[in-house]
Design a protein around this ligand. Structure first.
Ligand code: GLU
Length: 510
């Protein structure tokens, strides 16, 4: 028998921007598909039209694109199993709900919202907090199991609103093997008769999801832990439809937790916790409120993806930096943890720093030039590349090169207060003034030549670096710390270095 082709789907609901947990679900699906030469599908699950948010679908598509995970098939790319948006497949679902009715695995229910509210309230008064429509309570309700057949038929013929509910058996263990969690077993007495279809013609998530996974020939369902409670219902639905032979294998991913481990990292956490939870910036179409995105905050897509891959998985080796191709090779769904993964923002920054360090100065120059232009800082590519080399080690983001090395582009307008108080005195001024004349005599203004000149000055004055260095740095850069002064001066050039030293002497009397 030939092995079944791996086909996985990412099936978000367009109810807002895609949160990073959703991106991780997409990523694990993508990695799993690619390592098995399979297909990665994008399906938009928009059965709950009341929760649709304009722009969300486009946002999902753009986020996947930014992360380098293009679907092989699905919404925005097409394919043989379309349409890939559930609202456009509406006509497909009714027949499947009918099939379950006909085989006795589903029933019509006519209870109104008020009826349901009333029983819930009564149950609450009687001490049952979470009343459920289930294999016991359904016997007291208004449905095709309790009403005479003629009455059901009459209600349907009269166009009375109804829902179709699954009819779960009493006291049956539903077992399935999850790729991450192992054997999961739930008794149907702890489950409720979920609504599958509504008389407005729309299926619910459960029906549309199962039908589509079946029709799209999905081999593996890889999704968030929040769907684990629905999995036993899905297992039973595959059985009742007679699709057990091609039922997908399930894998439920661990939750993404807040940094302190206290609860799920949610969309609402957004910038409240000091970091983005969205891949791309999002503007709420209703309120205009802006939530920040990793992209706009200066993260490299590769670093973001690498970080996400490690939220719930690790290769079991020391290696932490993985390109997408390396992830495809090394990822192993069975090594995904069961326990929730705590988000660590410092680690995310660290990943970005590693990717920044690995980029060539040319690549970084290309990224830096437009940022400089935006801030009206003029610089040549050649000069920028030298500055990059100088401050790269101190940067987490390309923009840090400007903040860290601003003095390389503009003479200081302010001087570090602490250094000024501690180190700037008449002696320091004297040294700066002496160095000006020494530097003026240098014909070679390379960093080694400046260093030699500086060292012989120290030797001559029988003094140490600590007495001269800080004032010198303050005069040239305005800072108390930074990279090698000799390199800084060599890049700035003789004229600029001396002019800054002179300016400091004028501006900073003691
Ligand atoms: N539409 C569901 C969601 O938004 C998909 C769950 C699943 O993958 O089955 O997460």
């Amino acid at each position: 028998m030939s092995e079944r082709k791996v086909r996985v789907r990412f099936a978000p609901s367009p109810t807002g921007p895609l949160h990073m947990g959703g991106v991780r679900t997409a990523l694990y699906n993508y990695l799993f598909a690619k390592q098995h030469n399979g297909d990665f599908l994008l399906r938009i699950e928009d059965t709950d039209q009341t929760r649709l948010v304009p722009g969300a679908e486009e946002y999902i598509i753009n986020s996947l694109k930014w992360c380098g995970m293009s679907p092989d098939e699905g919404q925005s790319v097409g394919g043989d199993y379309g349409p890939y948006k559930q609202s456009e497949r509406k006509h497909l679902y009714k027949q499947y709900a009918d099939q379950l009715i006909n085989s006795g695995h589903a029933y019509y229910a006519f209870d109104t919202a008020e009826d349901l509210d009333r029983v819930r309230l009564m149950a609450k008064k009687a001490g049952t907090a979470n009343w459920q429509y289930n294999n016991v309570t359904r016997e007291q309700m208004k449905n095709s199991l309790t009403l005479p057949a003629e009455e059901t038929a009459a209600k349907l013929a009269a166009g009375e609103p109804y829902v179709i509910r699954i009819k779960l058996p009493r006291n049956e263990e539903v077992k399935f093997e999850d790729m991450i969690r192992g054997w999961v077993s739930v008794n149907t007495n702890n489950m409720d008769d979920k609504v599958l279809f509504k008389s407005d013609g729309m299926p619910t998530y459960h029906l549309a999801n199962i039908v589509d996974d079946h029709l799209m020939n999905i081999s593996h369902v890889i999704r968030g832990e929040e769907w684990l409670p629905s999995a036993p219902l899905h297992i039973l639905m595959y059985r009742y439809f007679g699709w057990e032979g091609t039922r997908p294998t399930f894998a439920h991913l661990p939750l993404l937790l807040k940094p302190d481990g206290n609860g799920k990292l949610s969309k609402r956490d957004g910038d409240r916790l000091g970091f983005p939870v969205f891949p791309l910036q999002w503007t709420d179409p209703e309120t205009g409120a802006i939530s920040s995105g990793y992209k706009e905050q200066g993260y490299f897509a590769e670093a973001f993806v690498n970080m996400l891959a490690f939220l719930g998985w690790n290769p079991g080796t020391e290696q932490e930096i993985f390109s997408m191709n390396e992830l495809i090779e090394s990822f192993n769904i069975e090594r995904v943890n069961k326990a929730g993964a705590k988000y660590d923002h410092d680690k995310t920054k660290w990943f970005n720093q590693q990717y920044l360090r690995a980029k060539s100065n040319e690549e970084l120059t290309e990224l830096l030039m437009p940022m400089l232009a935006e801030q009206n800082i003029s610089s040549t590519k050649e000069y920028s590349s030298q500055v990059i080399e100088l401050v790269k080690e101190r940067a987490y983001f390309v923009a840090d090169i400007i903040t860290e090395g601003l003095y390389m582009f503009e003479a200081p307008t302010e001087y570090d207060e602490k250094t000024l108080q501690k180190k700037w005195n008449s002696e320091a001024r004297e040294h700066v003034s002496n160095l000006i004349s020494r530097f003026s005599d240098l014909s070679d203004f390379s960093s080694s030549s400046i260093e030699a000149c500086f060292s012989s000055y120290l030797a001559e004055k029988e003094t140490g670096f600590g007495k001269v260095g800080p004032g010198f740095r303050l005069a040239v850069t305005g800072k108390g710390m930074g990279p090698s002064m000799f390199e800084i001066c060599a890049i700035l050039g003789k004229e600029e270095t001396i002019s800054r030293m002179q300016m400091a002497l004028e501006k900073l009397p003691v």
